[in-house]
Write a protein that binds this ligand. Structure first.
Ligand code: ADP
Length: 498
């Protein structure tokens, strides 16, 4: 099949969070399963070109937005010699000067609308290569469902590609004015269906994600439990009715993990690589070496010698991730006699201040650090070096970090919600899932300090007093299989479904 993924992120060339990992991992697996895959991304100024091989350009195709025609072009690359990547740009020219992938909310709406429109016009400029499937992701590219609808209902020459929309996080919906949709090139006076689809009754505005959900042929989200949660008002965040209206065209497909990248056996960022078949003692030795490397990079070498359990997290520091719960753990590092390391990306001053303060406290107590930056190397070392990995999210569509932690033999401690409930089964209170049949971590239900403390208490107790059980847990964790194989096949089934 010929498949185009259209997204705002892709690892490792343009990454903010899990969406980037998903676009990379799913695309790579689809290529391995014999399909032709291209990923269309905006031509950001911050693209990392080191792994892209240039293949050619499509110059000067025309694209219509802002009430006039614009020149646009696509630069074509191969990533790791297998996945085609098209970087799309227009003479509007805002992408290259943007200092980050996401920025001001309103600016982002117009930027992603003109990107989505340019992708549509790029596809139409290559009529011999109209794809079978256009797979769009989140609000940033959701308007493509409407562009495809408009373009192909007027164009009987080519079969309409199937549009699949994946919902990675309903927190972000792309709310905007209807005038922005017109600006984006949608002809609303002739398209009452798009107007009705986009109407957000709660905020009395247009909603790009709602538009995409209503007009896509299939809608998916990234775990079976989140799929159930978003059909209810709290999880659905105002979109529960339109999601429910999709009926059997709405599916929960668990994200996979790209083990050719996230794998301690071949991870180039580690001081010492390891794998479960070497035996658990050898795994623990390698984890120790990686811990020395991590502590020395963070300038806290002395702390490593204390040989305490290391509890960590790698996360965007936004309320969704349970910030007050992470804070409560860090504040109790001494009481629980543990080290803590957090690698976090913060987006506002108040959060930066909160976590800088915690960094200072941890360093003063010689019990760890908080690093407020985005660092792929340190992220990998944290997964490898830690004993317990925290994901105390208030809601979590899938969550990749607990799945990465498992592969690195680091035991997840999670709130039982969304994809966390599908991937982590508690040692003491096991509720097995479709994906995990035996205990592999620690869970708590209520998003309060009491909840996380009781799970942490149980985890630390097993770490200290039940060494053999702990080693067994590490073996179970590392041998679980969350590769993309199964999930990619589920996507393919949808792509092919008539
Ligand atoms: P989300 O997509 O909501 O941010 P996920 O758990 O699905 O959460 O994915 C997070 C991804 O982003 C993981 O690959 C994680 O390692 C990475 N990540 C998050 N914060 C940072 C950071 N500060 N530095 C490096 N990588 C990070």
């Amino acid at each position: 099949m010929r498949i185009i993924q259209v997204a705002s992120e892709m690892a490792p060339i343009a990454k903010v969070g899990g969406l980037a990992d998903v676009i990379m991992g799913l695309s790579r697996e689809l290529v391995w399963q014999g399909h032709e895959v291209a990923v269309a991304l905006p031509r950001y100024g911050v693209i990392d070109f080191s792994r892209l091989q240039f293949q050619g350009r499509v110059d000067n195709f025309q694209t219509y937005f802002g009430n006039e025609w614009h020149k646009a072009h696509a630069e074509h690359f191969l990533l790791d010699n297998s996945i085609r990547v098209a970087l799309i740009d227009t003479d509007w020219g805002k992408w290259r000067s943007k200092p980050s992938i996401y920025g001001q909310a309103h600016d982002d709406v117009s930027s992603f609308l003109q990107f989505s429109k340019a992708v549509m016009d790029w596809i139409l400029s290559l009529p011999q290569s109209i794809p079978d499937v256009i797979h769009i992701h989140d609000w940033q590219t959701a308007a493509l469902a409407a562009y495809v609808h408009e373009a192909f209902s007027q164009n009987a020459h080519y079969p309409k590609p199937k549009v699949v929309l994946t919902l990675h996080n309903l927190e972000y919906q792309g709310r905007t004015g209807f005038s922005d949709l017109e600006w984006g090139g949608l002809n609303l006076s002739f398209n009452p269906e798009a107007v009705a689809a986009a109407k957000d009754p709660q905020y009395d505005c247009a909603n790009l994600l709602k538009l995409g959900i209503a007009l896509a042929d299939e809608v998916t989200t990234v775990s079976p439990t989140y799929a159930k949660e978003i059909l209810a008002p709290i999880g659905g965040k105002g979109l529960e009715s339109v999601i429910a209206s999709k009926g059997s065209c709405f599916h929960g497909i668990l994200n996979g993990l790209d083990y050719s990248y996230w794998n301690p056996h071949i991870d180039p960022f580690l001081r010492q690589q390891y794998q479960p078949s070497d035996g658990v003692e050898s795994v623990l030795n390698a984890k120790e070496k990686n811990r020395e490397e991590l502590y020395s990079l963070l300038g806290i070498q002395d702390v490593a010698k204390a040989n305490r359990p290391l509890v960590s997290s790698v996360t965007r520091l936004v309320e969704q991730k349970g910030l007050h719960l992470i804070e409560s753990v860090l504040e109790n590092a001494e009481r629980y006699d543990m080290d803590c390391i957090i690698l976090g990306s913060a987006y506002d001053q108040a959060t930066l201040d909160r976590f800088r303060h915690l960094d200072h406290a941890l360093r003063t107590q010689k019990r760890g650090a908080v690093l407020l930056q985005n660092s792929e190397k340190i992220a990998h070392l944290i997964f490898a070096a830690s004993d317990i990995f925290l994901v105390p999210s208030l809601f979590e569509p899938c969550g990749l970090t607990q799945i990465i932690a498992l592969k690195y033999g680091t035991i997840p401690l999670v709130r039982r919600t969304g994809g966390l409930a599908d991937t982590v089964v508690d040692v003491d209170y096991p509720i097995v899932s479709e994906y995990v049949r035996e205990p592999n971590g620690f869970c708590f239900n209520d998003p309060d300090v009491g909840g996380i403390e009781s799970a942490l208490y149980r985890a630390l107790k097993m770490y200290r007093e039940g060494k053999d059980k702990w080693k067994g847990l590490i073996e179970t964790a590392m041998n679980l299989d969350f590769s993309w194989y199964r999930s990619a096949r589920q996507y393919l089934q949808l792509y092919k479904q008539q």
